[in-house]
Each structure stands twice: as structure tokens, then as C-alpha cells.
Write a protein that binds this ligand. Structure first.
Ligand code: NDP
Length: 456
């Protein structure tokens, strides 16, 4: 016992040294530092058991991206004026496969956000059990209020530069915030034109008409709910009869809501960055889909057809709506410590992260202290990238699988990820802590591949 304690102490001080170094070497990158801290702190038991990892510099290598590309994206708006945005692609780790991770278009995008997303992606992708490394990209371009022509010209300029770095066996981007099938379509067209070749597997999230996988659109939201279903089942619970709050009303939120409703849950609130809709009778998904997928409207328009519902014009208020299950599906750090306390005070039983890093480190502690069932993003939202990897497999084989086939594989994948997380947490003395389980299981897989491939 004494030796184990000493080993744990040694591991802890080593990890703290690495974390201090991360702060020094990445000044001002708060999101990246937060993501690294969350993972590294849960690796103490791994380094206590495997001190050899320190000598091999696994952590020092993992926290440094293999490559970060930053580039100029000039484009012409509808008035004929030249606009300039900044583009990013981080290729973080290719130990277990080509870099894989989405592209985000949002004005908040910067190197810190892209690096945090790319870093998390390494471990998430490892958990899927499929051969994909970690990457992420994006731009500070704001798609809101832009015409279709402006979106197309921007995407073409962005892709002209990005195409130098991507390829079906090199780096395979997909969608994320602000990037859906339309943007992926324009990226694919531009990439094809520049390469002079039809390389379907260079991008995922394509329309099913030209190599996209059925069920990719639904995958992240459905996958989140499949993961939650496993977690609830293990505690004798189910979605049936539960009241659920889902933040956001984009791709992940809409399909999480769809699956919750199918399983008998009741969604009472959803949001966008302009506000929250609270509908005690249960949110009409049909209306949300019409507003968001067809009419490109703000969520507030919901009350035009559902006057009994309430519009709260502050998106942060979503966590004050009482619920049994909270599914943050909008953006990073959307649940603060205070908001977590509010959820707990209102009786929340389970929290499932559909967005990437939606809970701050302090919020996660609140959930832990109150024994709230907690499904961490890295595991719970891995269904999207998992089905993207299935899209790559279909493209390589020049086949397309049915919706049911892909959905069935997605469900199995989420069940397997849940098992990996619980078993690993148990093995390393953190029984029931799925965040520790996810971090350790993902890390071990990547670390072992890095060791086998030598110092590169
Ligand atoms: P979308 O762009 O489709 O939707 C994002 C939604 O979140 C929009 O409704 C947006 O509202 C809302 N939103 C953004 N910021 C806020 C905020 N501060 N408060 C309330 N709502 C907000 O993106 P996705 O659904 O694809 O992505 C959502 C999250 O899921 C991201 O964290 C992403 O990284 C993660 N994710 C996505 C995957 C995917 O397959 N798409 C895979 C894994 C993770 P508005 O339109 O007003 O900005």
C-alpha cells in the first residue's frame, strides 16, 4: 500500500510538472489548458502503474500537436468587398490512424479552441475502436446572415488552402458547429477540382447522394442517447417518463431530442444562442426541425405556433429549467459551477455531454460530489466520429450500407464504449467514474501505439 501511495505521489508530481509546462508553453490558451488538465489529472493511476511512460516522454509528445496550420482565407462578399478570415487545422496525433476531426465555423474560433478540440479528439477517436487519429479545424468566419453564395465562396477559399494538408489516408475532416452537409458539399467540390480526382473518403458528413453515410446526420445525437441508455440501465433507470433539457437546437441537439422522444422521454426545453424555449407540454420536434433545418430561424419563433410555451431571452438560463436529465449539446463551458449547482438543486439525476467540454472543471466536480450520473463528452458524443469512420469504410469499399445497418453498428459502438469506460474506471480504482474511465482507456490505446512506433 505504501509503495502504491509513493508511486501515486511520484506520478502526481510528474503530471503537475507537465501541466505547468503546458501553461508556460501555451500562454493565453485557456480552453486548451483546461482540456489538457482534465485528461492529465485522471492519468495519475496510470503513471503510478506504468512509470516507464515518463521516460518515453509520452505526455510531452501527446500535448504537442504534430502540426498546426494557420492560414489566410480571403473571399468576396455580395457587395464585391474583399473579406479576410483566419483558417486553422491542427493535426494532433496520428498514432492509430489518419487525423480525423471536424471543421468549426464560428467567430469565437482561435488556436486555443481548435487545439482543445483536436486534443480531445485523439482520445475520443481511440475509444471508438476504429483506426483514426486526432485532428480538428475551423475558421473565425461567422456563417450567420451570410448568403448561400457567400458561404460557397468562403468555403472554396478555405478549402483551396486546406486541400494541401488533407487526403483520404492523411487527414479526413467532417462537420462541427456551423458546418453541415451544405458546407461539406462545397468543400468536397473544391477539393475534387483541385486534385483532379474523385477521392470520396477525404471528407465525411457528405450527402448520401455522393458517398455520405446514412445515419451520419443522426449519429452524434443518437449515439449520446444510446450511451445514456446504457448508463441509466446500469442504475435501474430508463428514459421513459423522464423530463429532459437539451441545450442548442443544431445537429447534435435535434437528433438527441429525436431519440429521447422515441424512448419515451419528454424534452421540456431547448435553446440557441439567442434564447431558451421552455415548453412544459413537451417540445415539438417537428417545429424545431422546421425552424432550424428548413427556415433558418431563431428558436424564439417557436412561440408563434406554440403560444403556451415560454421564451427566455438568455441562453444561459437553460440550466435553471428543472429536469431529470440534462443534455448539454451546444458549446464548450456552457455549464458553470453555479449552473451545475442549480441543476443539482432542481433534482437532476443524470448529465450527458453531447457538446465538447460543455461542463467546466468546477461543474464536473459538483456533479461528482453529488453522485450525479455523468457521461463525459469524449465517450458520450463519440458516435458522430464513429459513423464518420464507417463512412470512410464504405467509401473505401465503394459500398453503401442501409440506415438500419449503420444505426445498429452505432448502437453497438456506444455500448462498447460504455463498457470500456466502466471496466477501465474499475481497473484503475475509480469505479463509476466514467470520465476517468474514458480518459484512461483512450490514453492507453494511443500511448501503446506511440511506443510501438518508436520516437517520431
Ligand atoms: P450546430 O452548429 O449544428 O449547432 C450548434 C447549436 O448550439 C446551435 O443551435 C447554436 O445556436 C447553439 N449554441 C451555440 N452557442 C450557444 C450558446 N452559447 N448557448 C446556447 N446555444 C448555443 O453544431 P453541432 O450540433 O454540430 O455541435 C454542437 C456541439 O457538439 C459542439 O460542441 C460540437 O463540437 C459537438 N459535437 C458535434 C459533433 C457533430 O457530429 N456535429 C460530433 C461531436 C461533438 P446559434 O445558431 O444561435 O449559434
Amino acid at each position: 500500500m505504501l509503495t502504491l501511495d509513493r508511486a501515486a505521489q511520484t506520478a502526481q508530481s510528474y503530471i503537475h510538472r507537465v501541466l505547468e509546462d503546458v501553461e508556460k508553453r501555451n500562454p493565453g490558451e485557456a480552453e486548451f489548458q483546461q482540456a489538457v488538465k482534465e485528461i492529465l489529472e485522471s492519468l495519475v493511476p496510470v503513471f503510478a502503474k506504468h512509470p516507464e511512460y515518463e521516460k518515453l516522454g509520452i505526455l510531452e509528445r501527446l500535448i504537442e500537436p504534430e502540426r498546426l496550420v494557420v492560414f489566410r482565407v480571403p473571399w468576396v462578399d455580395d457587395e464585391g468587398k474583399v473579406q479576410v478570415n483566419r483558417g486553422f487545422r491542427v493535426q494532433f496525433n496520428s498514432a492509430i490512424g489518419p487525423y480525423k476531426g471536424g471543421i468549426r465555423f464560428h467567430p469565437s474560433v482561435n488556436a486555443s479552441i481548435i487545439k482543445f478540440l483536436g486534443f480531445e479528439q485523439i482520445f475520443k477517436n481511440a475509444l471508438t475502436g476504429l483506426p483514426i487519429g486526432g485532428g480538428k479545424g475551423g475558421s473565425d468566419f461567422d456563417p450567420k446572415g451570410k448568403s448561400d453564395g457567400e458561404i460557397m465562396r468562403f468555403v472554396q477559399s478555405f478549402t483551396s488552402e486546406l486541400s494541401r494538408y488533407i487526403g483520404p489516408d492523411q487527414d479526413v475532416p467532417a462537420g462541427d458547429i456551423g458546418v453541415g452537409a451544405r458546407e461539406i458539399g462545397y468543400m468536397f467540390g473544391q477539393y475534387k477540382k483541385m486534385r483532379g480526382a474523385y477521392e470520396a473518403g477525404v471528407l465525411t458528413g457528405k450527402s448520401p447522394g455522393f458517398g455520405g453515410s446514412l445515419a451520419r446526420k443522426e449519429a452524434t445525437g443518437y449515439g449520446l442517447v444510446y450511451f445514456m441508455e446504457e448508463m441509466l440501465k446500469a442504475h435501474g433507470l430508463q428514459f421513459e417518463g423522464m423530463s429532459v433539457v437539451v441545450s442548442g437546437s443544431g445537429n447534435v441537439s435535434i437528433y438527441a431530442m429525436e431519440k429521447v422522444l422515441e424512448l419515451g422521454g419528454k424534452v421540456v426545453a431547448c435553446s440557441d444562442s439567442s434564447g431558451v424555449i421552455y415548453d412544459p407540454q413537451g417540445i415539438s420536434l417537428e417545429t424545431v426541425k422546421q425552424l432550424k433545418e428548413v427556415d433558418n430561424q431563431r428558436i424564439g419563433a417557436y412561440i408563434n405556433t406554440h403560444p403556451h410555451a415560454e421564451l427566455i431571452e438568455d441562453c444561459e438560463q437553460i440550466w435553471s429549467v428543472p429536469c431529470d436529465i440534462a443534455l448539454p449539446c451546444a458549446t464548450q463551458n456552457e455549464i458553470s459551477e453555479t449552473q451545475a449547482q442549480q441543476l443539482v438543486a432542481n433534482g437532476v439525476i443524470a448529465v450527458g455531454e453531447g457538446a465538447n467540454m460543455p461542463s467546466t472543471l468546477e461543474a464536473v466536480k459538483v456533479f461528482e460530489q453529488h453522485d450525479i450520473l455523468f457521461a463525459p463528452a469524449k465517450a458520450a458524443n463519440a458516435g458522430g466520429v464513429g459513423v464518420s469512420a464507417l463512412e470512410m469504410a464504405q467509401n473505401s469499399a465503394r459500398l453503401s450500407w442501409t440506415f438500419e445497418e449503420v444505426d445498429g453498428q452505432l448502437k453497438q459502438m456506444m455500448q462498447s464504449i460504455y463498457r470500456q469506460c466502466t471496466e477501465t474506471a474499475e481497473e484503475y480504482g475509480h469505479s463509476g467514474n466514467l470520465m476517468a474511465g474514458a480518459n484512461i482507456a483512450g490514453f492507453r490505446k494511443v500511448a501503446d501505439a506511440m511506443i510501438a512506433q518508436g520516437v517520431i
